[in-house]
Design a protein around this ligand. Structure first.
Ligand code: FAD
Length: 302
């Protein structure tokens, strides 16, 4: 593949969110946010960002690289890297599926610079960190300038996605971070994926699940299952979740019904570099079995 050099005329490094938003507003479609650059620079080299010649580096903005426990939940800034997530004791306790999904992104060099904000904002339906956040029912913080002041709005994660590689952010909006509820007793999550050993950046299929056990320790009172790629945007297997929460206990028959429901709802496609639609269909079952058993065992021991 021939690639064009990634060229830009201006590279800004604001240290305040208001300044970053103002620069974006000033330059409109010519400007792009850059964080770790592991997606964006490849997009620019591939000629997928025509007309963009202003980069606004958000990685020096104070506070956007923190992971915190707050009254509103577990909060992580958009600039938190996959390596930070992988090592965070707080996230290991509250968000196993996120730790596991970010822990397999690229190799250590990529994880040291690539951010969770970039993973989500790039809006690919198979992005690993995104699938982990979706199972946690995370909200995303969208920041804009209103009358010269920074306005921060929390909205459901899924509202950020418009299609493959397209998010719903305006040209002068920045993702500030993500938040989700802390883990309580009887809750647990897990993630796994099927990946080619080398050569491609995204998985054949990734799957995260979050479960809440009822007080009897058997019935699954609430469940969230996120799968990618399983449609044009990151996907919640709501029909499979409904099957899982409608029965008094989990067993092999329930798993078969959950798999059938998920396989009927997902929108799989064949991708030339990764896998056929038929293979992915089978892998939905394999990953559901692995991830649900793992989350269930963790919930029972929590
Ligand atoms: C070798 C290699 C392997 C990879 N392996 C994987 C993998 O296994 N799994 C996986 O999911 N991904 C993988 N990736 C893709 C990539 O590393 C991740 O998606 C990464 O999280 C992107 O983050 P970034 O900080 O580098 O984003 P950037 O490239 O800086 O930005 C990506 C996009 O998000 C926008 N953006 C960034 N930050 C914000 C913000 N705060 N607000 C609004 N928009 C923003 C940018 O404008 C751009 O459009 C791989 C990439 C490489 C090069």
């Amino acid at each position: 593949m021939t690639t064009a050099p990634a060229r830009w005329n201006e590279y800004h490094t604001p240290t305040a969110l208001a300044d970053a938003l103002a620069i974006l507003a000033q330059h409109g479609d010519r400007a792009r946010i850059i964080a770790g650059g592991t997606d964006l620079i490849l997009d620019m080299e591939g000629g997928h960002t025509p007309g963009v010649d202003v980069l606004v580096d958000v990685t020096r903005i104070a506070g956007m690289d923190e992971i915190r426990e707050t009254d509103a939940g577990i909060v992580l800034g958009a600039n938190v890297t996959h390596a930070q997530i992988e090592k965070s004791p707080l996230l290991k306790k509250h968000a196993a599926c996120l730790v596991e999904s970010c822990g397999v992104v690229g190799g250590p060099q990529v994880r040291n610079v690539a951010t969770i904000g970039g993973n989500v904002a790039h809006a690919l339906p198979a992005a690993d960190g995104t699938i982990g956040l979706l199972a946690l029912d995370a909200e995303v913080e969208v920041c804009s300038l209103e009358g010269g002041e920074v306005e921060r709005r929390w909205q459901p994660l899924l509202s950020l996605f418009a299609g493959p590689g397209r998010n719903t952010l305006g040209p002068a909006q920045i993702v500030g971070g993500f938040r989700f509820a802390p883990r309580t007793s009887g809750q647990a999550s897990a993630f796994d994926r099927i990946m080619r050993p080398q050569g491609v950046a995204l998985p054949i299929l990734g799957l995260a699940a979050w479960l809440q056990l009822a007080e009897d320790g058997q019935r699954i009172a609430a469940a969230r299952i996120a799968i990618g790629p399983a449609g044009p945007i990151p996907f919640r297997a709501t029909d499979a979740e409904a099957v899982l929460t409608a029965v008094p206990a989990f067993d092999d028959d329930v798993l078969a019904a959950v798999i059938a429901a998920a396989q009927a709802q997902v929108q799989l496609r064949t991708s030339r570099h990764r896998a056929s639609k038929e293979y992915r269909h089978e892998m939905v079952g394999v990953l559901l079995g692995r991830v649900l058993r793992s989350a269930l065992e963790r919930a029972q021991h929590s």
